[in-house]
Design a binder for this molecule. Sequence first.
Ligand code: G
Ligand code: G
Ligand code: MN
Ligand code: NA
Length: 254
Amino acid sequence: TAPRRNFQQALLRNELIPYYQPVISAADQKWCGVEVLARWQHPKKGLIMPGQFIGLAERSKLIIPMTKQLMKIVAENLLANINCLPNPFYIGFNIHSSHLQHHDLIDDCKNFLATFPPNTITLTIEIVESHFVESTNNLPTLLNEFHKIGVTVAIDDFGTGYSNFGYLQKYKIDHLKIDRLFVSRICNTPSETHLIETIISLAKKLNMDLIAEGVETIEQLHYLTRQGVEFIQGFLFSKPIPLNEMLVLLTKPM
Ligand code: G
Ligand code: G
Ligand code: MN
Ligand code: NA
């Protein structure tokens, strides 16, 4: 189809680029790393947001080549600036479930890690909750393979996809990203904050690190810090930004 051809062209022309959103340590508000978010830098239409192309990329199976290309650019971007980054530097990629079924993913991660001097970065694969549940038959093997090569795994958008938390206990998942829906309800009524407290205590019991997404206010930051959430992501610190802006921001205190 035409949209697929256009997107394929865009990949060939290197119009898909990474944006970076800072991940901050709640305890000392220091910069720990980034989540990589795709943008389409269109020569005529300007910057196109993922909402307008990720669905197409997934349906047309171009999500895998897109992700591989992003990983390559991010590796180049960050290696060239490794001396400006906090050590170790956390890098999170959004991975689609079709990519999980694909043998290349382990090699893609190995190659990514091999780009960097030892112990300078931490690579995390972010998988949305519903995709976890879809791919459970080979999940234990896959998680083992990731851990063997030093890659950690995060559940993304937690709380929005699935109501049965049984799978959390079964698998060794490293991080849990609290969806911004729950963060936006902090400081409303007690019944609304009850839900996020349940998620936090569940993650603690299972020894998972927590990352709160969509943190926009100081009140939310303070609440999450008090509750023992380790990492913070959100517009309070920064929206997703291109490499040059990230390098400027890294020279300033958060
Ligand atoms: O970047 P934004 O801030 O608008 O991202 C919107 C959504 O698009 C994200 O929540 C994520 O689900 C999806 N997305 C962004 N970049 C990627 C990517 O590189 N791969 C995949 N699979 N999804 C992405
Ligand atoms: O992969 P995921 O769906 O979690 O991607 C994060 C999405 O959330 C991106 O679209 C990003 O732009 C958006 N986002 C990040 N921080 C904030 C925030 O503080 N507020 C809001 N409203 N959106 C955010
Ligand atoms: Mn994500
Ligand atoms: Na997310």
